[in-house]
Ligand binder design. Sequence first.
Ligand code: BV8
Length: 233
Amino acid sequence: MATFRNIVVLTGAGISAESGLKTFRAEDGLWEDHPVEEVATPEGFARDPDLVQRFYDERRAQVLAAQPNAAHEALGRLDREFGGELLIVTQNFDDLHTRGGAERVLHMHGEALSAWCTACDARHPWRGTLRDGPPCPSCGAAAMRPDIVWFGEMPYQMDRIFASLSAADLFVSIGTSGAVYPAAGFVQAASDTGSRTLELNLERSAGSHRFDETRLGPASELVPEWVDAVLGE
Ligand code: BV8
């Protein structure tokens, strides 16, 4: 394998599946008979804030009960031992990359353990519930929402992500179906600027045809194997 100096990793729900957190496509796609795509939107929140707050309260509790798996820990080792540039862009809102030891992590779709005040725009670490309308620690307003990027909202730090993609010499996608944009377009941006592209996934994804190489299998096996090879250089 060539020696890489600048790696961007994109992860999706599949990397946390073996930690017991359900993926989106594996879900029956419903929350209390509402399509998730309808719940995870500003319109859904405006229509029924209590339903949406309960949806995220439930998933926040699941994140707190989950443990990082071998894939998260392997990326933590890569972060500690790889001497080049590294950025782990995750679509996931769990904190398992951080608990797995990675530090160079960017949550492009927000974080379960963060709450966002719609009155004063402050963000606060949050491990409890939001459905009972707790006061914002900064301004006191009962206007906190999950700090999550919903469908129709702009993902976080897009400029930084595209700058990293254009500088990378290797782009690795792990555990994502390639169904959601703009994340699903990152492989094209990376290969357009000369990166090699590698996909590690349980099954072929909507974007598999765009990768130089696709390896099929569980992340807990494929990711440690890949990290060993990169660090072995
Ligand atoms: C935006 C937070 C613009 C919520 C999420 C038509 C065409 C193209 C695009 C669009 C369109 N219509 C609308 C859009 C845009 C839309 C979009 O892409 N929609 C899709 C449904 C078509 N995108 C947006 O709205 C984005 N914003 O475009 O803004 C804009 C412009 C100007 C101004 C303002 C705005 C925002 C998207 C973010 C939405 N929020 N999450 C929440 O989490 O509740 S997305 C959500 O899906 C999660 O973040 C999740 O991570 C993400 C993608 O899913 P995956 O991670 O890939 O998970 P999935 O279940 O799909 O796949 C899991 C994979 O893992 C599978 O392949 C499986 O095989 C594999 N796997 C399973 N087990 C394992 C495994 N792999 C390895 N090991 C295992 N053990």
